[in-house]
Design a protein around this ligand. Sequence first.
Ligand SMILES: Cc1cc2nc3c(=O)[nH]c(=O)nc-3n(C[C@H](O)[C@H](O)[C@H](O)COP(=O)(O)OP(=O)(O)OC[C@H]3O[C@@H](n4cnc5c(N)ncnc54)[C@H](O)[C@@H]3O)c2cc1C
Length: 412
Amino acid sequence: MPRADQPGSGSVVIAGGGFAGLYTALALAGRPSPPPILLIEPGERFLFLPLLYELLSGELHPWEIAPRYDALLAGRGVAWLQDRVERIDTSSRTLLTRRGRTLPYGRLVLATGAGENRFGIPGADSHALGFRSLADVDRLRQLVERLKREPRPLQRLVVVGGGPTGVELACKLADLLTGAAGVEVIEQGPTLLPDGKAFSRDQAQRALQRRDVRVRTGTRVLAVDTDGVKLGRPGSSAEAAMERLGAAGVIWTAGLAFHPPTILPEPARDPVGRLLCDATLALPGDGGVFVAGDLARPSAPTGSDDPAAVLPANAQVAFQQAPLLADNLLRSLAGEPLAPFRWQDLGEMMSLGRGDACLTAGGLTLAGPLAFRLRRLAYLARMPGLNQQLRAAAGWLAEAWPSASTPPPPHG
Ligand SMILES: Cc1cc2nc3c(=O)[nH]c(=O)nc-3n(C[C@H](O)[C@H](O)[C@H](O)COP(=O)(O)OP(=O)(O)OC[C@H]3O[C@@H](n4cnc5c(N)ncnc54)[C@H](O)[C@@H]3O)c2cc1C
């Protein structure tokens, strides 16, 4: 295997082209005299996940929220390898990809994100749909169309998980179904949006009520099959406490699982599987590895108010980590001290159905159509690359003034 002091020792390899990986690559490439940067990502398109609900509802198009990596990275100083990192040997600073390539790296960023967690619940893998990919959106849209084509009395969709994804998805589904089926949200905790802000929780509850979405909290899904779900109360295994709920479809949004590449020697993880790194996002040891995004569990910076605080798994964290990490990669290559990451909570935004949203930011709270537009604008500003921002903006303007212009061609 090649060693770090041979070609590649000054290079930065980034595994995972999601929010943390892609934005770190772009931030690093934008610095004066950047090192060679290689992004390894198996997918063909970057997926702007916070706007996936608008893709489902047809309010946005795939080219707006899922640009191709080759188009995004053209001329940006980032090489893209469409492959998956399988194994990392930090002592030789090399990695192995699924297609059998062995590559050396100088510094490596692990940003492989999180996957779904179905907690081993019987039938959940085979009978529940997910909501994380373009293929998931296609499947769900087909299901909605079928239910609208063939309405039956009392048919319903069950959304498992009362976090932001479950709530936002339930609102969009209710709007899309226009009464052809009911929507029910199942949450095992005592409340929806347990980590959300009080305003968001309140607005979410109202939005769900307006759409007749039934919410069951304190309820666990025990099994999923072709006809629905079996429910129970957390902590109770008595058959009497169980209930069957028929459903034409079950969509799983609860829980995250972490499956990073194999790393040798094996690093420490937290109880849910995230990699423990220090406040600078570096993995302990001298393997030249950094972690970012959902996969990272950094320790709090020295002097921080709450040293035990855990960062939320959201795009805002990944987005904020990217410029700090780009600087730390350069500092690390130059042998300089690294800076700690400090998370700044900038508020939260939620999509609450077609043309509806709520947001909290800097003491401001807003709900309704204006919040919907501001949310879009905020995400527009975070789209990767000016080109993608301009193309999406042109599409959204064309939609606001249909006769004035037409959307840009959907290439890329
Ligand atoms: C439906 C949905 C809606 C969301 N809405 C919001 C929202 O409104 N606001 C918000 O802040 N957050 C939201 N989130 C959360 C947010 O999207 C994530 O926190 C964010 O994407 C994390 O970024 P990441 O780079 O760590 O992981 P990801 O964005 O998941 O990217 C990981 C990437 O790594 C790649 N990968 C995986 N394994 C390998 C491997 N072995 N080698 C190479 N590449 C690999 C994957 O293909 C993927 O592209 C939402 C998430 C979902 C699923």
